[in-house]
Design a protein around this ligand. Structure first.
Ligand code: NAP
Ligand code: GDD
Length: 324
């Protein structure tokens, strides 16, 4: 039985990746920070909490990482922990850098100190392309991050490449475009829309305040994207891969899908709120996943419309149950 360590186990991707690895016969160690309240809702939602060994640690604390790595001797480490909300990264740039940039370096250092043969996955992001230099972004597209989050991720990305080149480590970076699901955080725009649409339908909310609805994203389903993370670590050589659907949609059109599905016209509910615009915006992202298709045999299976409907259904159920 292979052992995998996942940082960010309580997040969206951590939960889906854990579910996927458990199905594939792995022992899963979940690295989570101690909080004053237990924070395993997503693992509960997938019904896998009891199948995971949960262990306390903080990604900014190298000693906890070394101790856990030494105790469990994982074959694979997936570094998903991050302050991952772009908006917050302007309010908390130093925390974002400590967690998202230096945190990744801590994981690389722990591997180097404990056992450099441990395979490493870094959660890189399309946010690194930022002010895009090519219409469709691939592994060779130059980066131009537009937020403290994007800059932090770029540091972690290059550290991953550097540890691979310097120490011959099996370190891979998945440059993942936006991916969502019914367990996406409420602050991200897709879930904010599906949750609000459900509340509006049920008479619990009147309006939905949004920022730049002309921004466009290449949205896929998190379940598809965690498969790609695993495939990267099973590949013959460590490498970096873009994971995307190859299609882009505006926030406005994504809203329309969600509201139409509930028989509502989004124009009657959406209010443009200037305070939700970002200091520097990533206007459009669209990824070319050909390398992953060719070398990993990976392909996105779930389209945007199917995913948004799944998210709306899940939110209707949850809001109906909790009436909030
Ligand atoms: P998420 O839901 O925000 O999860 C982030 C995870 O990191 C949570 O488990 C969080 O724990 C944990 N974390 C934060 N600070 C930590 C710390 N100091 N020590 C230990 N753990 C800490 O993010 P996600 O959507 O699953 O994304 C997973 C990773 O992929 C992130 O690195 C993200 O930046 C990256 N990524 C995401 C996307 C996307 O579209 N989803 C695209 C590209 C890259 P708490 O639960 O305690 O907060
Ligand atoms: N969150 C949010 N809330 N975004 C809004 C809103 C709003 O009210 N109104 C418009 N938007 C726009 C944002 O300005 C952005 O252009 C787009 O919707 C998507 O925003 P998010 O869903 O917050 O995602 P993101 O693209 O900034 O970042 C996500 O994807 C990255 C990969 O490209 C996060 O998951 C990052 O962690 C990830 O790296």
């Amino acid at each position: 039985m292979k052992t995998a360590l996942i940082t960010g186990i309580t997040g969206q991707d951590g939960a889906y990746l854990a579910e996927y690895l458990l199905k594939n016969g792995y022992e899963v160690i979940g690295f989570m920070r101690r909080l004053s309240t237990i924070n395993v809702e997503r693992l509960d939602y997938l019904g896998i909490t009891d199948e995971i060994i949960l262990t306390d640690g903080d990604i900014t604390d190298l000693s906890s990482m070394v101790r856990i790595m030494d105790k469990y001797k994982p074959a694979e480490v997936y570094n998903l922990a991050a302050q991952s909300f772009v908006g917050t990264s302007w309010q908390q740039p130093i925390l974002t850098s400590n967690v998202t940039a230096i945190g990744a370096l801590n994981v690389l250092e722990a591997i180097r100190l404990v056992d450099p043969s441990i395979k490493f996955y870094q959660a890189s992001t399309s946010e690194m392309f930022g002010k895009i230099k090519e219409t469709i972004q691939c592994e060779t597209t130059p980066f131009h991050p537009r937020s403290p989050y994007g800059v932090s991720k770029l540091y972690a990305h290059w550290m991953t490449v550097n540890y691979r080149e310097s120490f011959n480590m099996f370190a891979c970076a998945g440059i993942l475009f936006n991916h969502e699901s019914p367990i996406r955080g409420l602050e991200f725009v897709t879930r904010k829309v599906t949750h609000s649409a459900a509340r509006i339908k049920l008479g619990l909310q009147d309006k939905l305040h949004l920022g730049n609805i002309d921004a466009k994203r290449d949205w896929g389903h998190a379940k598809d994207y965690v498969r790609a993370m695993h495939l990267m670590l099973q590949h013959d050589n460590p490498d970096d891969f873009v994971i995307a659907t190859g299609k882009t949609t505006s926030v406005r059109d994504m809203c329309k899908i969600a509201f139409d599905y509930l028989g509502l016209d989004y124009k009657n509910y959406v209010v443009i709120d200037k305070s939700l615009f970002r200091p520097a915006e990533v206007e459009i992202l669209i990824g070319n996943p050909v390398k992953a298709e060719k070398h990993l045999g990976w392909k996105a299976e779930v389209g945007l419309e199917e995913m948004i409907k799944e998210m709306v259904d899940a939110d209707m159920k949850r809001v109906n149950l909790n009436r909030r």
